[in-house]
Design a protein around this ligand. Structure first.
Ligand SMILES: [Zn+2]
Length: 387
């Protein structure tokens, strides 16, 4: 997989200090487990390919008491009380990351939370085109005392961020690009939560890995260890928005597919990259670029559509691709991902990975007639055309 989620910084200070809101505990206050509930960043309604709307966010539940507490279920309802989704049993285990106090380690699913431990739910809510997207989400978190079995529930209400996603131009051009790691319930980018300097960050929440796919569902022909055999290698990259280039990192060597580099750090994960200040506190990252290909210099002003460099395979990357995301700070990983949509593109259906590390997917142009899309975000493993 083409993912930075393995990256860890040994230097990262692992202290738990989540920004969160105090939940209202229901029941007997003398025995109520006190947990601190919050989100890393409030969700924004993101229109996705096909007309659905997605809310994606990470709910954190931290045990603040000395007694252990076990997460039993998390039920999410809309602002009219209708249940949208319940995470319990296997789905709770699969969608929740349990983090030891001070982020020293990750706990096995189902493990009770000791004082300072946290559960982090990767919440993903999808609404059909005809469905109303709520303005607020109510969470009912059921907890249990693992020693006595006594249960308590805690309510937490979250307002949906009303601001619309940013509208940007696609950063590549061409008829057939695989949206690897794009937004979806199973996207690896969405789960790449990193503890850095005492906070949890999901910079890659809305990231996409762009790879060219051919008519037979292949990303590469011939020897897969040769970057030049991957169709996307060397493809031009274009500015998705106006903005000022505030960071240029070049000179990192190309990796050899399909291997992950040894000992990736936070600093070298993006490989050759640029960071563009888009204004209003938004920053675009173009990562893993080909060594020596970056065209602008720090300080340059870009216009949307300007060529900025070429697709490479540098940094924490297993095959040539462009990793693109927008973030709320000029730090590729120590930031929160910001939602965006593309002004226009063509959707060509969904590809099914067969052996992604070898660039093999099940897809052909016959999967679906091209469908024009505007102001939406392509989702996981869709094939998109950008003219
Ligand atoms: Zn990526």
């Amino acid at each position: 997989m083409l993912v930075e989620s393995r990256s860890r910084s040994r230097a990262a200070r692992l202290v738990l200090a989540m920004v969160s809101a105090l939940a209202m505990a229901c029941g007997d206050s003398a025995t109520a487990p006190l947990v601190d509930v919050g989100v890393l960043t409030p969700p924004t309604a993101v229109p996705v390919v096909g007309g659905a709307t997605v809310l994606v966010y990470e709910l954190t539940v931290m045990n603040e008491r000395s007694e252990p507490v076990a997460l039993r279920s998390i039920r999410i309802s809309d602002d009219e009380g209708q249940i949208l989704r319940t995470y319990a049993g296997a789905t709770l285990d699969e969608e929740t990351l349990l983090l030891q106090r001070d982020f020293r380690g990750r706990l096995a699913p189902g493990t009770p939370l000791q004082r300072g431990d946290s559960g982090l739910l990767f919440a993903y809510l999808e609404f059909d085109p005809a469905q109303r997207v709520p303005t607020a989400l109510r969470h009912t978190i059921e907890l249990a005392d693992p020693r006595t079995g006594a249960r308590q529930s805690v309510d937490y209400t979250l307002d949906v961020d009303r601001s619309p996603p940013l509208i940007v131009s696609p950063p590549v051009r061409g008829a057939q690009w695989l949206m690897d790691g794009a937004l979806g319930p199973d996207s690896y980018h969405r789960r790449a939560v990193l503890p850095i300097d005492g906070r949890l960050w999901v910079a890659q929440r809305y990231a996409i890995d762009f790879e060219i796919i051919d008519d037979r569902g292949r990303l590469v022909v011939g020897d897969i260890s040769d970057n030049a055999n991957w169709f996307g290698f060397g493809a031009p990259i274009y500015a998705a928005s106006d903005g000022r280039v505030i960071r240029v990192v070049d000179g990192a060597p190309e990796q050899t597919p399909p291997n992950f580099p040894e000992n990736p750090t936070i600093a070298n994960t993006p490989g050759n990259h640029i960071v563009v200040d888009m204004g209003d506190g938004n920053f675009a990252l173009y990562a893993h670029m080909q060594s020596g290909s970056i065209l602008p210099s720090e300080g340059d002003l870009l216009r949307a559509g300007d060529e900025v460099g070429r697709v490479g395979n540098t940094g924490n990357s297993t095959a040539p691709h462009l990793h693109f995301h927008i973030m709320d700070r000029p730090e590729p990983l120590e930031s929160q991902g910001v939602p965006y949509v593309f002004d226009r593109f063509v959707d060509r259906g969904i590809a099914t990975p067969v052996d992604l590390s070898r660039g093999v997917l099940d897809w052909s142009p016959d999967v679906q007639a091209p469908r024009r899309e505007a102001r939406r975000l392509p989702t996981l493993n869709r094939v998109s055309g950008f003219e």
